[in-house]
Design a protein around this ligand. Structure first.
Ligand SMILES: Cc1cc2nc3c(=O)[nH]c(=O)nc-3n(C[C@H](O)[C@H](O)[C@H](O)COP(=O)(O)OP(=O)(O)OC[C@H]3O[C@@H](n4cnc5c(N)ncnc54)[C@H](O)[C@@H]3O)c2cc1C
Length: 322
């Protein structure tokens, strides 16, 4: 059995879960065994239908009074107990912050190895994995010999897709035994983003780098992102300067994005930025330097001053819509 951790917040599904389920389906085709999901907390019960359409034959639902909000130790212990009782061959999660955290917790609790950020899983007499290391600058091939393989799938390495036909999605209660001491670290509050569009899931991202020059310089980027119903991202040079919040940072130490279009303005395209942006389907660079790495890597480039180019794009969109 391949057990997939369902990542959600009070019942709101993290789309990354669907990537993990899609990866689990292709692993099941190679390695055999059904795909099952572990949903933690009663708030996640409503996700069963969606999980079935992405291939979950069984959904193990863990209910407990301590499982209303996300807590890494609580979730890690629930997963560890699920490993004990369900004996899966593989446990998969998407390599998001929470996916990595919960699998690491379970691995530590059961003294199991964890292979993080896999891009390929090749079962066989020896389990072989390709995984991303060093912020994406190295692909490592590794083998794993363990009674159960705990793997995270690199975020955006797999495109989520529906199963050919919905799976059974049979519900199986999985009540855990939890010591209240595990509730040491639990989410207690949330800051809602105004537009409801997050950087990680936005279909369009307008990114700004040091070339933007100031916090105020982001106003035209904000305007363009709003016109395109997208989000604004930035480089670390920007967050280091305090021009934008770290939640807007794209890259190795920020958010990994996968929009349809990434408009990278005044960003040189350092490797640490690139690894967060490379899953974008189309990249348009706006840069004064035709030799900039981002220009070389982009599908399209405008060589010019972003302070002229970005307002011109916004004005043209407004003109055409009118
Ligand atoms: C461990 C580690 C982790 C890191 N993690 C990240 C990360 O997660 N994300 C990240 O972004 N960086 C990260 N960095 C930093 C990274 O190495 C770069 O320093 C950073 O990405 C550079 O930001 P930038 O492209 O905005 O600035 P610069 O490299 O200074 O580039 C500015 C670009 O703007 C162009 N430009 C200037 N003026 C204009 C204008 N008026 N119009 C158009 N173009 C203009 C220039 O030609 C240049 O290409 C990390 C570094 C380390 C060591």
């Amino acid at each position: 059995m391949i057990l997939v951790l369902v990542e959600h917040d009070r019942g709101e599904l993290a789309p990354a879960t669907l990537e993990a389920l899609t990866a689990a389906r292709s692993l099941a085709a190679d390695a055999g065994g059904p795909v099952a999901a572990l949903s933690i907390g009663a708030d996640a019960d409503g996700l069963a239908g969606t999980l079935a359409t992405y291939g979950a034959e069984t959904i193990h639902q863990s209910h407990h009074e301590l499982l209303t909000d996300y807590g890494p130790e609580l979730w890690g212990e629930v997963l560890a107990q699920a490993i004990d009782s369900l004996s899966p061959s593989f446990v998969l999660a998407c390599g998001t912050d929470r996916g990595s955290e919960v699998l690491a917790q379970a691995a530590a609790r059961r003294d199991l190895p964890l292979v993080a950020n896999c891009t390929e899983v090749r079962p066989g007499s020896t389990l072989e994995l390709t995984r991303v290391r060093w912020g994406g600058s190295l692909l490592e091939v590794t083998t794993l010999d363990a009674p159960v393989a705990l793997l995270t799938i690199a975020h955006h390495a797999v495109e989520a897709s529906l199963a050919d036909a919905p799976a059974a999605g049979a519900i199986s209660p999985h009540p855990p035994t939890l010591d209240p001491v595990l509730a040491r670290s639990v989410v207690r509050g949330r800051v809602e983003r105004e537009a409801g569009i997050t950087l990680a899931t936005a279909p369009v991202v307008v990114g700004g780098g040091r070339g933007v020059g100031s916090p105020e310089g982001f106003a035209p980027l904000d305007e363009l992102a709003a016109l395109l119903e997208g989000a604004v991202g930035c480089s670390r040079a920007v967050t280091n300067n305090g021009w934008r919040n770290h939640t807007d940072q794209v890259g190795q130490t920020g958010t990994r994005i996968a929009p349809e279009v990434y408009l990278a303005c005044g960003i040189s395209g350092a490797i640490q930025h690139w690894v967060g942006a490379m899953a974008a389907k189309n990249i348009v660079a706006v840069n004064t330097d035709p030799e900039a790495n981002m220009v070389a890597k982009a599908g399209y480039a405008v060589i010019g001053d972003l302070h002229e180019v970005v307002p011109a794009i916004a004005a043209e969109i407004t003109r055409r819509r009118a």
